[in-house]
Design a protein around this ligand. Structure first.
Ligand code: AMP
Length: 395
C-alpha cells in the first residue's frame, strides 16, 4: 500500500508518496505561494523535476496536480491512505488518529493553541478529503510523542486556573522527528530502544531538544508553543517573560507585534542582523562578520546548556543525536556543542564528524566517549509508517 504524506503550511503544501518500509519515493513535491498569482507546484518524479504554474490556486488546485501526477504514473488506485502532519493536538491526542468528523472537530478545538499552524493543517485535510474521498485519512501530531512527559516537566509555575481552564502547559513539538531518530539511533548503536536514554537535538529552521527515555519523551525544550527553548532561525527561544511588557512600553509595540518579532525577526536572524540560515552565517563568520559569529556562538551555547539540562530528565545519559538541516550538515555546530559538553563525557572524533555530512549519518565520537550520532531524520517516512499501522489496525 502506498501512503500519500501531506504537510500543509499557511501557503504551502508538501507531499510525498511512499511505503512505510521501502526507500523509493516515486512522487514528491512542494506547492508554494498558494493563494497568490505566483502559486506553483514543484513535482519530483523518478529523477525528473518539473514546476507547474498554478496562478491563484489553493490547496484544492494543488491536490488536483497531485491527482493528475498519480494518474500519469498509474498509481492513483494504489494510494491506500493519506497521512497528514498536524502541528498541535493539545492533550487530546497521544497517538495518530483516523480523521473522522469528530477528530477533525478536536483538531479545530486546538486552533487557539496553534493559530499559525492548525488552520492550515485543517484546510489541507479538507481539500485532501475532497480529492481522495475513498481512502482513510490519518492525522499524525507533532505534539503526540510528548504526551508521555511527566507533570513535573510539562507544568509551568503559573496560576493553576490557567492550566485547568486554558490548557497552559508545555506540549513539545517535532515529536515525529524525535521519535524517528531515537529509533534509528538505537538501530545504529545496536541496542534496544527500550534500554536507551537519549537526548535528541532536532536542529533545523525550527529547533528543539528532547529527552527520550526508553523510546518515550520525558521532556522537550519546546513548550506551549514552538517559540520556547533553543535559539532558532527566526524564533528567539527562551526570553524573560518580563520582556514582553518592557519592550511593548519602551518601543511602543502591541503584544501582537512583540510576539511576531519574537517569531519572525529574532533567533539567528535577530542576533546576526544578517540571516536565519546557518550555512550563510558560518560562511559570514568565516569572513569575520561579528554578528554572524555571535549568532552561531549563542546558538551553540544555548543548545549545549539545554542538552545538559535534559540529562536531569533522563537520570542516566546514553547518547546524543543530532538531526535536522543544521544537525545533519553542520560539522562546526556539532563540534562546538560537543566541546561544551565534555563534562558529560563527550569526546569528538574530528574525522568522523567531518565525514558525517550530506546524508552520511553515524557516530561522531571516539570509542571511549559517550556516543554522539548524526541521524538523518525522515518525518515523511515516520508519518507513512504510523498511518499504515493505524489503517492496518483499524480496518
Ligand atoms: P531544515 O529546517 O531542517 O531544512 O534546516 C534548515 C537549516 O539547516 C538552515 O539553517 C540551513 O542553513 C541549515 N543547513 C543546511 N545545510 C547546511 C550546511 N551544509 N551547513 C550548515 N547549515 C546547513
Amino acid at each position: 500500500m502506498w501512503t500519500l504524506v501531506v504537510n500543509c503550511g499557511s501557503s504551502s503544501l508538501k507531499f510525498a508518496l511512499l511505503r512505510p518500509d521501502t526507500p523509493d519515493v516515486p512522487l514528491a513535491g512542494l506547492a508554494e505561494r498558494l493563494g497568490t498569482d505566483a502559486a506553483s507546484v514543484r513535482v519530483d518524479r523518478a529523477g525528473e523535476r518539473v514546476t507547474v504554474p498554478l496562478p491563484g490556486g489553493g490547496y484544492p488546485e494543488a491536490f488536483g496536480v497531485v491527482l493528475a501526477e498519480l494518474g500519469a504514473l498509474d498509481l492513483r488506485e494504489q494510494v491506500g491512505a493519506v497521512g497528514h502532519r498536524v502541528v498541535h493536538g493539545g492533550d487530546l491526542f497521544s497517538a495518530p488518529a483516523l480523521l473522522t468528523p469528530e477528530v477533525l472537530d478536536a483538531v479545530r478545538a486546538c486552533v487557539p493553541l496553534a493559530p499559525l499552524h492548525n488552520p492550515a493543517n485543517i484546510a489541507g485535510i479538507e481539500a485532501a478529503q475532497a480529492a481522495f474521498g475513498d481512502v482513510p485519512h490519518v492525522a499524525v501530531f507533532d505534539t503526540a510523542f510528548h504526551q508521555t512527559m511527566p507533570e513535573v516537566a510539562y507544568r509551568y509555575a503559573v496560576p493553576e486556573s490557567w492550566y485547568r481552564q486554558h490548557g497552559v502547559r508545555r506540549y513539545g513539538f517535532h515529536g515525529t522527528s524525535h521519535a524517528y531518530v531515537a529509533g534509528e539511533a538505537a538501530r545504529m548503536l545496536d541496542r534496544p530502544l527500550e534500554d536507551l536514554n537519549l537526548v535528541t537535538a532536532h536542529l533545523g529552521n525550527g529547533a528543539s531538544v528532547c529527552a527520550v527515555a526508553g523510546g518515550r519523551s520525558a521532556d522537550s525544550s519546546m513548550g506551549l508553543t514552538p517559540l520556547e527553548g533553543l535559539v532558532m532561525g527566526t524564533r528567539s527561544g527562551d526570553v524573560d517573560p518580563g520582556l514582553h511588557d518592557f519592550i511593548a512600553r519602551e518601543a511602543g509595540l502591541s503584544l501582537t507585534q512583540v510576539t511576531a518579532a519574537l517569531n519572525k525577526e529574532s533567533g539567528l536572524l535577530g542576533l546576526s542582523g544578517l540571516s536565519n540560515d546557518m550555512r550563510e552565517l558560518e560562511e559570514a563568520a568565516g569572513r569575520g562578520h561579528a554578528g554572524a559569529r555571535l549568532a552561531v556562538e549563542v546558538f551553540v551555547y544555548r543548545l549545549a546548556k539545554t542538552v545538559a539540562g535534559m540529562a536531569v530528565a533522563l537520570g542516566r545519559l546514553d547518547g546524543l543525536v543530532f538531526t535536522g538541516g543544521i544537525g545533519e550538515n553542520s560539522a562546526a555546530v556539532r563540534s562546538a556543542t560537543l566541546e561544551r559538553l565534555g563534562l558529560l563525557g563527550f569526546h569528538l572524533d574530528a574525522e568522523a564528524n567531518a565525514r558525517a555530512v550530506r546524508g552520511q549519518g553515524g557516530v561522531i565520537t571516539t570509542p571511549e566517549s559517550l556516543p554522539a550520532l548524526v541521524v538523518n531524520t525522515n518525518e515523511e517516512r515516520m508519518i507513512a509508517r504510523e498511518t499504515a499501522q493505524l489503517v492496518a489496525r483499524g480496518l
